[in-house]
Design a protein around this ligand. Structure first.
Ligand SMILES: Nc1ncnc2c1ncn2[C@@H]1O[C@H](COP(=O)(O)OP(=O)(O)OP(=O)(O)O)[C@@H](O)[C@H]1O
Ligand SMILES: [Mg+2]
Length: 241
């Protein structure tokens, strides 16, 4: 097992600042995610979690700081180029086309050069439940199945870095636990995973490292443990005051 070996850093945000319409919402965020590692970014509503992912995917330009991919400075690189370099964002609310079948959603990933069969086989071997639903419209899948399809589509690009925004949104705890087991499998294949969640419990079972984001700053990061719980409750309760 190489679990405790130092992981090669794939994604690095250093002193990242970001603003919308001149209003700064990230005030200097430092985060690194190594190959095969899962980092959980946790924080209350409006803390800036989605903005961190947008910066990491090149969808929102940082107003300060640096973004690095595999040690290379990619600050300001366009989202399409970052995607080709191996960054995959699965946005909140599931990245599937609801009016297309499961199969058509997967076939769209043939732009990566794989055949339809290859894309489908990879998806169904990872998520067998999708095989029985290949002709069903994606919008009629259960929430958990839609997330599986979104993950399968994302993995169709063979990403080095996977960015997940609120995977658990609206799903039952058992479904979430199962999805996170699949995410742990993906990390074991060497992918660097950055997971954003508002409510921490499920993701902490698989996370190697956690960071708390509150009002655009990271007041705490480290191994998930009791001090993280204390930090989180302070920020969730504190955000109301
Ligand atoms: N497109 C936008 N234009 C203006 N302000 C924005 C935009 N997107 C986000 N913001 C603001 O930036 C701040 C951070 O938003 P962000 O979506 O990153 O938070 P979040 O932590 O993902 O929240 P949530 O848990 O609700 O998803 C919020 O104050 C939000 O209102
Ligand atoms: Mg968000």
């Amino acid at each position: 097992m190489t679990v405790n070996a130092p992981a090669r850093t794939l994604l690095e945000l250093s002193a990242v600042r970001a603003a919308y319409d001149g209003i700064t919402v990230l005030h200097g965020v430092d985060l690194t995610v190594g190959a095969g590692r899962i980092v959980a970014l946790l924080g209350p509503n409006g803390a800036g979690k989605t903005t961190v992912l947008k910066v990491a995917a090149g969808l929102h330009p940082p107003s300060g700081g640096r973004l690095r991919l595999g040690g290379r400075d990619v600050t300001g690189v366009l989202p399409g180029d970052l995607a080709r370099a191996g960054v995959c964002l699965i946005p909140e609310g599931r990245g599937v086309f609801p009016n297309l079948s499961v199969r058509d959603n997967l076939w769209m990933m043939t732009f990566t050069g794989r055949t339809r069969d290859q894309v489908e086989d990879a998806a169904y071997s990872r998520f067998p439940v999708l095989a029985g639903r290949r002709t069903q419209l994606a919008g009629t899948l259960s929430g958990g199945e839609q997330q599986m399809l979104a993950l399968a589509r994302g993995l169709g690009t063979d990403p080095a870095v996977l960015l997940l925004d609120e995977l658990s949104m609206g799903l039952a705890p058992l479904v979430v636990a199962d999805l996170y087991e699949r995410v742990a499998d993906i990390a074991r294949e060497g992918v660097a995973v950055l997971v954003v969640e508002q409510f921490a419990t499920a993701v902490l079972k698989i996370a190697d490292h956690a960071a708390v984001l509150a009002r655009g700053r990271v007041p705490w990061q480290g191994r998930p443990d009791g001090s993280l719980r204390a930090e989180l409750s302070a920020h969730y309760l504190g955000s109301a005051s």
